[in-house]
Design a protein around this ligand. Structure first.
Ligand code: UD1
Length: 425
């Protein structure tokens, strides 16, 4: 397994171009199942999760033509050869559940391996299943698979979701585009990735209103058609690099993104004393020259502070002046980065779903182990600020969600390199 080696202490300076959002691209790829015509997606990031989703779609019989240089994918689901999403792919990537709604809507049946829990929580899929049942699907769980059937097609329904769920909202919104009648999704997720998916579905001929609010209305149509769509900027990558500027006392221009994608994060960042200056195609993040001020943070569904930025914000808070209380409300086990940050000299105490971070004047490099995608990048951020050498293990987590991260950081002055296993050993 590769490792990342970082020698910290250099203020980052320069421009980073933000990639297309992983969490927007994944549902957009599955939207191709809904039509027998070509879907052309641009600004597709080069990530392990995208590769995995393309493999899944290909084994369903969908033709995928990818141009890495142009960041473009053409998907053609002329016919669906196989409606089973197998365990071997789903266990690698939970977002595979996003094929369920589209397959059921297009083919009247789907068999999808039940995603298990993962390192950050149990992550059930009951809301996806309940919503589809309310649209008339028959669902059975057997031998570790979800067996869903709707031989006469799905019917419009009013579905009130128990908890705000991003992928459940996406699955149900996609399923409803081809249902008979009108579907109302109440307590829907409002993330920019939902709006991006709705924009693409509308370009394909779907009738959707209210995306970006907590009630989405979808009027079913009989067919969706060819469309072109550009994936929205990755707000989590944006926030991560904003923290890279802040934690190193540097100055970065984040390009092809917008502060409007992450309002709560930007307001918290400004409260820490970091300077944010928006422009027409991105924004500047500049350290003020004063120590970072401790700020309390609680994760919430959008437009609240994203759970996917919690670990990174905690890394920043480890070097704040004063203290910060970070409360995680979305996932039950999302403090796996805490012991690793503490190995680098951070002072953090966890009390249930809250972590009290008392700022220290300096982190120290150490070998650390990542447990999930966002936890691993928080260790990279800590390594950039730390004195000495940090080795981040289990780099495959990073490759799931950060496109060319070492190149982007090195380009701005970071001392960071990927070390292949043989050399590292
Ligand atoms: C998506 C994101 C992930 C992010 C998360 C929360 C993608 C591909 N992934 O994951 O990066 O961390 O949103 O912003 O977009 N829940 C249930 N039953 C369900 C579904 C969800 O109880 O059927 C619970 C979850 O356990 C969690 C909460 O709802 O506590 C929110 O999770 P959800 O929004 O569904 O996360 P994902 O869509 O899996």
């Amino acid at each position: 397994m590769d490792q990342i080696r970082i020698v910290g202490g250099t203020p980052l300076k320069g421009t980073i171009t933000i990639s297309g959002a992983k969490n927007a691209a994944l549902p957009l790829l599955t939207a191709a199942i809904l039509s027998d015509e070509v879907l052309e997606l641009t600004n597709i990031p080069e990530l392990a999760d995208i590769k995995c989703m393309l493999e899944l779609l290909e084994q369903h019989g969908i033709q995928a033509t990818r141009n890495l240089e142009q960041k473009k994918v053409l998907l053609h689901a002329q016919s669906i050869a196989n409606t089973t999403a197998p365990y071997d792919i789903v266990r690698k990537m939970r977002a595979s559940i996003l094929v369920l709604g589209p397959l059921l809507a297009r083919c009247g049946e789907a068999r999808v391996s039940l995603p298990g829990g993962c390192s950050i929580g149990t992550r059930p899929v009951d809301i996806h299943l309940q919503g589809l049942e309310e649209m008339g699907a028959e669902i059975e769980l057997k031998e570790g698979y979800i067996h869903a059937k709707a031989p006469k097609g799905l019917k419009g329904a009013t579905i009130t979701m128990r908890v705000v769920s991003v992928t459940a909202t996406e699955n149900l919104m996609m399923a409803a585009t081809l249902a008979d009648g009108t579907t109302k999704l109440v307590n829907a997720a409002r993330e920019p990735e939902i709006v991006d998916l709705a924009n693409c579905l509308r370009a394909m001929g779907a009738s959707i209103e209210g995306d970006g609010t907590d009630t989405i209305t979808i009027h079913g149509v009989t067919k969706l058609h060819h469309a072109q769509h550009r994936v929205v900027a990755d707000r989590i990558e944006t926030g991560t690099f904003a923290i890279a500027a802040a934690i190193t006392g540097g100055e970065l221009y984040l390009k092809d993104t917008s502060i409007e994608l992450l309002p709560s994060f930007i307001s918290v960042l400004q409260k820490t004393g970091v300077i944010v200056e928006p422009t027409s195609d991105g924004f500047w993040v500049k350290a003020s020259g004063h120590p970072i001020t401790g700020v309390d943070v609680m994760t919430e569904p959008y437009p609240g502070f994203a759970t996917d930025l919690q670990a990174q914000m905690m890394a920043l808070m480890t070097v704040c002046q004063g203290a910060s209380l970070i409360t995680e409300t979305i996932f039950e086990n999302r403090f796996m980065h805490v012991p690793e940050l503490c190995r680098m000299g951070a002072n953090i105490t966890v009390h249930g779903s809250s972590a009290l971070v008392r700022g220290v004047s300096q982190l120290r490099g150490a070998p650390v182990m990542a447990t999930d995608l966002r936890a691993s990048v928080s260790l990279v951020l800590a390594g950039l600020a730390a004195e000495g050498e940090t080795w981040v293990n289990r780099v495959y987590h990073l490759d799931r969600g950060y496109e060319h991260i070492e190149d982007k950081l090195r380009h701005c002055g970071a001392h960071i390199e990927r070390v292949k296993e043989a050399i590292a050993a």
